[in-house]
Ligand binder design. Sequence first.
Ligand code: MF3
Ligand code: CO
Length: 284
Amino acid sequence: MNRFIKGFRFTPSNYPDEIEEKIQQYKKRGYKLPSRRLLRTPEQLAGIRESARINTALLDYLTEHIREGVSTEEIDRMVYEFTTRHGATPAPLNYEGYPKSVCVSVNEVVCHGIPSPTQILRSGDIVNVDVSTIYKGYFSDASRMFLIGDVSPEARRLVRVTRQCMEAGIAAAQPWNRLGDVGAAIQEMAESNGYSVVRELCGHGVGVRFHEDPDVDHYGRRGTGMLIVPGMTFTIEPMINMGLRNVTFDKRDGWTVRTADGMPSAQWENMILITETGNEILTY
Ligand code: MF3
Ligand code: CO
């Protein structure tokens, strides 16, 4: 049998006995477990990996083209053209009525910024570009921050610490840990640096659909929440505010999320696979 060669090599219906046994023990002790459909089969995982590869290549491509003077609409066009040229579909387009192929969130916009021809990137802006790809029916999702021109030391620090928040969350996302361990790690990193964690939006299962269970909160308490089990794929995507954690939802466009105090916000996102021995970042 080759189930143990190089990480995750089994199907949920064909679990190694010791993993199955472990799951049953946790179940008896009353832990909240992911449903079986959230544990990826090798076939699903192969498709998810292909989707993630395109998604990462897209972010790399955008990295070469995003600069001062570019409109967020032009970023949208680049995303649409790159994705379709690779035989894939931008997942945001028409998702629950979302009108564009990408979310571009500048400065005080926390997430879900809608690209516009009149929004031009300016020196000093910090920008989140969030891309999600559907390929052969499989979903991937990741975002990065971009610094435009001369960015203040304060805003640079926010972007750097937010990345560290994401990394701390990924480090805590170990098999047989709990989702609360992930949230706590992120919250501690943010708050010990004087920042706050947005609570209204969360990471999520992803792969077979765009947004699946579980919700992955970016705050919380260690030793609480769903058990983290090999075979799960989910995002970790903390939104960290320089000021207060409160946000507003734009009533006109139905999407744009902003900080209530108008201070800057940053976000980094990757999707990971939980393996028997740790995790693998699928969007690097
Ligand atoms: N990409 C976002 C996420 O990280 C979801 C955006 S939904 C959209 O989950 F419709 F605005 F694209
Ligand atoms: Co996401």
